[in-house]
Design a protein around this ligand. Structure first.
Ligand code: OSB
Ligand code: MG
Length: 376
């Protein structure tokens, strides 16, 4: 038992926000024109903490979705947290919520909010507490599917001019090899990767063998999210490293994928694995096995972005993340904007906790629903 500092949660506020995206974001599973998120605020009296739930409006990326996350937060996770007494160790949050099966994105938002409050009560930054070793991190950018390769190239040109260090192209069946080949011809030296969001099967191996010739840094989540065995079979046929995103929901999944040879890189998203603590466990498991990791993204507002940047400062994070600047997503973020340095890096927040919080006026302007879970 840890007898260090503790916080007592008095109420949990949920706010659903909707922010217009600067451009639609299209993947193999659909298109988003606005970013909707649930912000969780843990009121701990002297200190407040914030977390962002990355569940999408529809259950396409994973089985979680925004309204489901709202219901489980309001009906189960919020009340369980409030009934358990003070939190003296951030790992208590996960233990207290463990009786709820799944719902990792909802749990992650609660854990993030409590951790933020707990760190603020000690004036300690998330990056430092996690064990971060960098104060700025290299950033990449994820580019949605567009009508033509030329349209994607124009968008990419803008990102490269700003300094992004790696460009990830979304692909789907029918918009893959030809598009990527055209972009590779125009940009022979740019670090490029592709992300299929699980849209293919092993019968499509010829698509990946063709992509294997294009000098990609990695191929992200080509196959079904539940099929580690087929990913291992595909990896054995390719030189290009496979990276898993959707398939990795825990450190246990990461260990299984690595042992099977299903990937050579892992994309870590704290929401997908149930919170920042499990994200660090995935990092630790990969690092122990010599597998490079990077921090993915879910088009987060500044609240989630701050957490992603803190995770990106960990020592095993050796590849640029999808941790892009606020202006890649929004005209106006929810927090002070995150800005890309001209060398393609971004500062890791160094203030207490997340180091940022929603701007009050901005938050009320974009809130579409609010609910408070109060103590017993
Ligand atoms: O697969 O990495 C993905 C966004 C939403 C859902 C899934 C993914 C993504 C991205 C965007 O690629 C990354 C970002 O810029 O936040
Ligand atoms: Mg992905």
């Amino acid at each position: 038992m840890n007898h260090g500092p503790s916080v007592e949660v008095r109420s949990v506020d949920l706010r659903e926000v909707a922010l217009p995206l600067v451009r639609p974001f299209r993947t193999s599973f659909g298109e988003e024109r606005e970013k909707r998120a649930i912000l969780v605020r843990a009121d701990c009296g002297e200190v407040q903490g914030w977390g962002e739930c990355v569940a999408s409006p529809e259950p396409r990326y994973s089985e979680e979705w925004l309204d489901g996350a709202w219901a489980v937060l309001a009906g189960y996770l919020g009340p369980s947290l409030l009934s358990g007494g003070p939190v003296s160790d951030p790992a208590d949050v996960g233990r207290r919520l463990a009786w709820v099966r799944g719902h990792r994105m909802a749990k992650a938002a609660v854990e993030s909010a409590i951790l933020d409050a707990w760190l603020r009560s000690q004036d300690l930054s998330l990056s430092r507490w996690l064990g971060g070793v960098r104060d700025r991190v290299p950033c990449g950018v994820s580019v949605g599917i567009a009508a033509t390769p030329e349209a994607m190239l124009e968008e990419i040109g803008g990102y490269l001019a700003r300094g992004y260090r790696r460009v990830k192209l979304k692909i789907e069946p029918g918009r893959d090899v030809e598009v990527v080949r055209r972009i590779r011809e125009a940009l022979p030296d740019t670090p490029l990767s592709v992300d299929a969001n699980a849209a293919y099967s092993l019968a499509d191996a010829p698509v990946f063998e063709a992509l294997d010739e294009l000098g990609l840094v990695m191929i992200e989540q080509p196959l079904d999210h539940e099929d580690l065995a087929d990913h291992a079979r595909l990896q054995a046929r390719l030189r290009t490293p496979l990276c898993l995103d959707e398939s990795i929901r825990s450190a246990a999944d990461a260990r299984a994928a690595i042992e099977l040879g299903a990937c050579r890189v892992i994309n870590i998203k704290p929401g997908r694995v149930g919170g920042p603590l499990e994200a660090r466990r995935v990092h630790d498991a990969a690092m122990a096995a010599g597998i490079p990791v990077w921090i993915g993204g879910m088009l987060e507002t500044g609240v989630g972005r701050a957490q992603n940047l803190a995770l990106a400062s960990l020592p095993g994070v050796t590849m640029p993340g999808d941790t892009s600047a606020s202006d890649r997503y929004f005209d106006e973020d929810l927090t002070e904007p995150f800005v890309l340095e001209s060398d393609g890096t971004m500062m890791v927040p160094s203030g207490p906790g997340l180091g940022v919080e929603p701007l009050e006026g901005r938050l009320s302007a974009v809130t579409v629903r609010a609910h408070t879970v109060s103590g017993p």
